[in-house]
Design a protein around this ligand. Structure first.
Ligand SMILES: Cc1cc2nc3c(=O)[nH]c(=O)nc-3n(C[C@H](O)[C@H](O)[C@H](O)COP(=O)(O)OP(=O)(O)OC[C@H]3O[C@@H](n4cnc5c(N)ncnc54)[C@H](O)[C@@H]3O)c2cc1C
Length: 325
C-alpha cells in the first residue's frame, strides 16, 4: 500500500491547492500507516522542490522534461500509471484543479479504480473507504464508498489547511523513457503575471450585476489591489463579458473559501453561494435589504455599491498610509 499525490504547479510554483493537498495526503498516509509520495512534473527550482517535503511528503518524484510543459492527457496518465505500478500505489490524490479534474478520472479509468471528486475532508472510514463530498449546490453532504483496491480522489479547494508537517526531502528523478510522445501541443500561452489566483486568494472582492457595467469593476480591482486580494464575479457578469470566465464563482464556476469574501451587488442566488459559502467571513453590499445574500453574510451594508466602494477605498488608503507613517 502507498499513497501518491499528483501536485500540479503553475509556472514552476506550487499553488495553494497543491500545498493543501500535500498536507492532506500526509494526514491520510499517517492514518493508513504508509508513506506520502508526491509526483511533480516540469522544471522547478531547487528551492521550490523543497516545499513538498515541508508540507508533508516523505518522497518527491520529479519528471522533468519539456514534454510535460503541456498537460497532454495521454502522456500524463501514462506517467501516473507507471508510478502507480512501480510504487504499489493504492491511494491516488489530485487537487480539484483544472489539471486534477482532467487527469483524475482518466487515471481512474486506466487503473480500474473507483473515483470520487471534490471530497471535503479526510475519509470518514478507511474500511470500507468512505469519503464525503457536497452535492446539490452544497445543500447536502454525500458519503461515498470506494470498494476497488485502488482509489482515486480529488480534494476540494480550501477543504484542508496547508501545514508545515515535515522537512525538505531530496527529490528523486523519475525515469520516463518509455512514455508516449504527447499528442497535443500548446500554440500560445497568455500569462497573467503578478495576479493572485482566485483559488489562492485570502481576500476576494466580488461583483454581481448590481455593479451595472464592466467599467465599474475597476473599483473592485482597485480595492482588491489595496487589500492584496483577487477579483471574482457572478455568472451573469462573466456571461455578459464584463469579466473573464475564470473569475466566475459558484456551482458552475470556481469553488473558493477565502478568509474574506466581499460581495458587491450580488443577490446571493443558491448557485452562487454554492461556490463561496465556505468563506470564513462574508460581507455584502446590496441596495435591497431583502437580498438573500444578507442571510449568508456575516456583515452587511444596505446601500449602493457604487457609493460605498469609493468610500471604502478611501478609508483603506487612509489606514494604509497611517500604518506606513
Ligand atoms: C444551473 C445553474 C447554474 C448556475 N451557476 C451559477 C454560478 O456558478 N455562479 C453564479 O454566480 N450564478 C450561477 N447561476 C445563476 C444564478 O442563479 C443567479 O442568476 C446569479 O448568481 C445572479 O447573479 P447576480 O447576483 O450578479 O445578479 P442578480 O440576481 O441580478 O442580482 C443583482 C443584485 O444587485 C443588487 N444591486 C443592483 N444595483 C445595485 C447597486 N447599485 N448597489 C448594490 N446592489 C445593487 C440587486 O439588489 C440584486 O440583489 C446559475 C444558474 C443556473 C440555473
Amino acid at each position: 500500500m502507498s499513497l501518491l499525490i499528483f501536485a500540479d504547479n503553475h509556472n514552476g510554483h506550487f499553488p495553494k491547492h497543491a500545498r493543501e493537498l500535500i498536507s492532506y495526503g500526509r494526514r491520510m498516509a499517517e492514518d493508513l500507516n504508509t508513506q506520502t509520495i508526491v509526483l511533480v512534473t516540469g522544471a522547478l527550482s531547487d528551492e521550490e522542490l523543497l516545499l513538498p517535503g515541508k508540507y508533508g511528503a516523505h518522497r518527491v518524484l520529479v519528471a522533468d522534461d519539456p514534454r510535460f510543459e503541456v498537460l497532454d492527457h495521454k502522456l500524463y496518465t501514462a506517467l501516473i500509471e507507471q508510478v502507480v505500478s512501480e510504487k504499489g500505489v493504492t491511494h491516488l490524490l489530485f487537487s480539484y484543479s483544472p489539471a486534477g479534474k482532467a487527469l483524475a478520472p482518466l487515471a481512474a479509468a486506466r487503473l480500474q479504480a473507483g473515483y470520487v471528486s471534490a471530497v471535503t475532508g479526510l475519509p470518514e472510514n478507511y474500511d470500507p473507504f468512505t469519503v464525503r463530498k457536497m452535492i446539490f449546490s452544497g445543500k447536502v453532504f454525500a458519503s461515498v464508498e470506494i470498494s476497488t483496491e485502488k482509489k482515486v480522489i480529488t480534494l476540494a479547494p480550501n477543504a484542508w489547511k496547508e501545514e508545515i508537517l515535515g522537512e525538505a526531502v531530496e527529490p528523486e528523478k523519475v525515469s520516463f523513457a518509455g512514455l508516449p510522445q504527447p499528442v497535443t501541443d500548446r500554440l500560445s500561452l497568455e500569462r497573467h503575471e503578478g495576479r493572485i489566483m482566485l483559488t489562492d486568494a485570502d481576500i476576494v472582492i466580488s461583483g454581481g450585476r448590481g455593479m451595472q457595467n464592466a467599467e465599474n469593476f475597476r473599483l473592485l480591482e482597485e480595492l482588491a489591489g489595496l487589500l492584496g486580494g483577487a477579483v471574482a464575479c457572478t455568472r451573469p457578469v462573466s456571461d455578459e463579458g464584463w469579466r473573464p470566465p475564470e473569475e466566475h464563482a459558484g456551482q458552475t464556476g470556481k469553488i473558493i473559501a477565502p478568509d474574506l469574501y466581499f460581495a458587491f451587488g450580488i443577490s446571493g442566488a443558491i448557485q452562487h453561494l454554492a461556490g463561496v459559502s465556505g468563506s470564513k467571513v462574508i460581507a455584502a453590499v446590496n441596495k435591497d435589504p431583502d437580498a438573500p445574500i444578507f442571510e449568508a453574510a456575516d456583515y452587511g451594508i444596505v446601500g449602493d455599491a457604487l457609493e460605498v466602494l469609493p468610500r471604502l477605498i478611501e478609508e483603506v488608503k487612509k489606514r494604509k498610509a497611517a500604518r506606513n507613517r
